[in-house]
Ligand binder design. Structure first.
Ligand SMILES: [Zn+2]
Length: 470
């Protein structure tokens, strides 16, 4: 009897000791101190992840996998055969990696092809102008467009010169401040020029650095405004024409664009998981976009994001870890056309939004990482700061504001915490959407570090006893 009492007593004591971690079910609110302790308990696991990713046998793997992928498939424009091949390639690779629940989720995506395109200056002298038609642009008529050029540096200047725009090819030679501010000339240049009767618009590429490289990207027409052909030109040619026109020289350009828009195509978001051990219905989503523009290799945008996200699941599996929640890899389709695949994914899954713990996307480069960008409540931010302390061995522990990404913004706007990878983007726009976006700009050591951060963060959040507070 004494022995039995002793056993019961011991059991009760042990239960009580366990209480601080046994949360909401009994109304106990865990303090930040409890959570800090829980997170600090991951320091050995974090070291194992870092060692495997950065120093161990997995080092350079995300880079090598990316190289095989982009060298085999090439660029992957929405609606193209290459994008289909890319999805098949990844489906097979994720299966072969032994990941769980590998599957494809259907999405309808735009299908536009640039066709033959060129531009040349015919007055005051013959000069070939490198161009890249912008996404969704219409073609030039069969006789091409030959017209005098009007150079402007801003929408304001265009409006001031509205009398001169009719029948011209408007060249935008806007200064580059930053991408977010400057990109409006690419997205709206055709519409603003067409409102004043221009025949076409040529836009200085949205980059601070150029070796005669045009950079493509999305643009949109506006209902009620005539559609005109639109393309990006190099910084050099935009500035050349600006200098000529400031001297009063008349410039005439001939433009040919064979672009075509086809009916929407069938595509897929590609999904793989490590299913959670305790709360399998709850999800930490980690992602990048599989499509790219139709130039270069899309190695940087967004091959890097895709391959460090896959690497996170590979590393976790290789270490024999299984988080409490499901870690779900999603490789989005048709991001470049405006987050089209991700939008449909959101509609298909938003009913389960309360089960989504954190959404992560890497789509701003995988250069030298500087930390994590995070959007969420103050308490969740404090938790992310504790988690980032686990990255002390590689000395990258910052948590910045404004985590997000085109493909995860729906979730974030509806209250789900969101994170993106912060890295040194000083050269990102040199290559962005251009022939220069190839594996050559990626660095294996930097990708190892990115993968280590991405893995530690996704694993620890997925394994914490509680979801991040919203
Ligand atoms: Zn991207």
């Amino acid at each position: 009897m004494k022995l039995l009492l002793f056993i019961v007593f011991t059991f009760v004591i042990l239960q009580c000791q366990g209480k601080p971690l046994d949360h909401s079910s009994n109304g106990y609110q865990r303090t930040m101190e409890d959570i800090k302790k829980e997170i600090a308990g991951y320091s050995e696991i974090a070291k194992e992840i870092i060692n495997l990713a950065v120093h161990g046998k997995a080092q350079n793997r995300s880079y090598e996998r990316l190289g095989d992928f982009v060298d085999t498939i090439g660029p992957r424009l929405s609606g193209s055969r290459n994008l289909e091949l890319a999805i098949q390639y990844m489906y097979k690779a994720l299966k072969e990696d032994g990941l769980e629940n590998v599957h494809l989720e259907p999405a309808k995506i735009p299908h536009w092809e640039r066709g033959e395109e060129w531009a040349k200056m015919v007055e005051p002298r013959n000069h070939s102008i490198a161009i890249l038609g912008l996404g969704g642009s219409i073609a030039t008529p069969p006789e091409d467009i030959t017209a005098e050029v009007l150079v402007v540096t801003s929408f304001d200047e265009l409006r001031r010169k509205s009398q001169d725009a009719h029948g011209k090819i408007v060249v935008f030679n806007q200064p580059y401040t930053n991408y977010k501010e400057t990109v409006k000339y690419r997205t709206r240049g055709a519409v603003e020029a067409a409102k004043l009767g221009a025949k076409a618009s040529l836009i200085k590429s949205i980059t601070q650095f150029s070796i005669n490289s045009p950079h493509t990207g999305a643009q949109s027409y506006e209902p009620g405004v005539p559609k005109i052909p639109t393309a990006c030109i190099s910084v050099e040619d935009a500035e050349l024409m600006a200098r000529m026109s400031s001297r009063g020289t008349r410039i005439v350009v001939t433009l040919r664009m064979g672009a075509k828009t086809y009916p929407d195509a069938d595509s897929f978001n590609t999904v793989a998981e490590i299913i959670g051990s305790k709360y399998p219905e709850q999800v930490v989503l980690i992602s990048g976009h599989l499509d790219s523009w139709d130039v270069g290799q899309g190695a940087m945008d967004d091959g890097g994001g895709v391959f460090i996200s896959w690497e996170a699941l590979s590393l976790i599996k290789e270490l024999g870890l299984r988080p409490k929640r499901t870690l779900r890899l999603v490789l989005w389709t048709a991001e470049e056309q405006g987050g089209i695949g991700a939008e449909q994914y959101y509609q298909q899954h938003e009913a389960n939004i309360s089960n989504v713990d954190l959404v992560m996307e890497s789509d701003d480069g995988t250069f030298m990482p500087t930390g994590l960008a995070f959007t969420g409540s103050a308490k969740a931010r404090n938790i992310m700061k504790e988690i980032m302390k686990l990255l002390k061995p590689i000395n990258i522990t910052n948590v910045f504001e404004n985590g997000g990404g085109r493909d995860i913004e729906n979730w974030i706007e509806n209250g789900i915490p969101g994170a993106s990878l912060s890295n040194d983007i000083s050269k990102y726009f040199w290559f962005h959407h251009s022939q220069g976006d190839t594996l050559t700009v990626q660095d294996p050591v930097e990708m190892n570090l990115c993968a280590a951060i991405w893995t530690v963060v996704s694993y620890v959040v997925a394994d914490l006893e509680e979801k991040l507070p919203v």
